[in-house]
Design a protein around this ligand. Structure first.
Ligand SMILES: Nc1ncnc2c1ncn2[C@@H]1O[C@H](COP(=O)(O)OP(=O)(O)OP(=O)(O)O)[C@@H](O)[C@H]1O
Length: 228
């Protein structure tokens, strides 16, 4: 369980997150949606302990960040570190032994190659592989499907479903609604730093419709004209 109470975050005078109150339970998958700049990544960075904030973040583990894997939108790798070295480094940090890495390399990554030279999608898959092998309890995946090929997307959906079955807590963001409705138990809509709507599975279709009206409005006509 991760519980956020009145979580707020500002950069200088700019408020990015305002009084977020959310609870994430074990064995559940949560989606966070919102426009570019709504505050999703900032929220994830606060939960992962990478940003200071006001409010409270509680969990059922003593040190949340020792059990949490954060997949960043654009994972960074030091130069001159191979994929295999990166995985071992992360697993060593958690005291987890990885046997038979070749067999566990489900995305067929060139693990002997420097990670910094991987393509965008390969970097994301390497970072995800390492987080999974670390055996985290909580997973925060910031746009896990973005930039990743269709086959891997299908595998990632199945991995998320399996993590739920294993009782893990998973929080994901995506700009593709169908990937969230396929995987999540609950979706929270973030608008300008505030959670404005939280819906369960039965209401996903109505949320998508509302978002279309809210986000698209008359924008298509504005750029393409009304066609008359
Ligand atoms: N280090 C920073 N300093 C100042 N402002 C920041 C910083 N990081 C993020 N912001 C601002 O906080 C707001 C939220 O950014 P954030 O990256 O959390 O949005 P997001 O919902 O993840 O967007 P996207 O969908 O584009 O990834 C934006 O207005 C952004 O400019």
């Amino acid at each position: 369980m991760i519980k956020l109470q009145n979580l707020s975050k500002s950069y200088g005078s700019k408020t990015v997150l305002q009084n977020i109150n959310l609870q994430f339970e074990r064995g559940h998958v949560y989606g966070i949606v919102g426009k570019n700049g709504a505050g999703k990544t900032t929220l994830f960075r606060c939960i992962a302990g990478l940003e200071d904030y006001s409010g409270n973040i509680q969990s059922d583990k003593d040190r949340l960040k020792d059990h949490l894997g954060l997949l960043l939108t654009e994972p960074y790798f030091f130069p001159k570190i191979t994929g295999a070295e990166y995985i071992r480094l992360l697993c060593n940090a958690r005291d987890v032994k990885v046997d038979n890495l070749d067999q566990r390399n489900v995305f067929d990554l060139p693990l002997g190659q420097y990670a910094a030279t991987y393509s965008t999608g390969m970097k994301k898959k390497l970072a995800l592989t390492a987080l999974l092998l670390q055996q985290n309890e909580y997973f925060i995946l910031d746009e896990p499907f973005n930039g990743v090929d269709i086959q891997s997307n299908i595998v990632i959906v199945e991995i998320i479903r399996k993590l739920r079955e294993l009782g893990k807590t998973v929080i994901i963001s995506s700009h593709i609604f169908s990937t969230l409705s396929e995987t999540c138990d609950e979706i929270h809509l973030l608008r300008e730093g505030e959670i404005v709507r939280s819906v369960h599975e039965q209401e996903f279709a109505s949320l998508e419709q509302e978002m279309k009206v809210d986000f698209v409005g008359g924008l298509v006509e504005r750029i393409l004209g009304s066609g008359q």
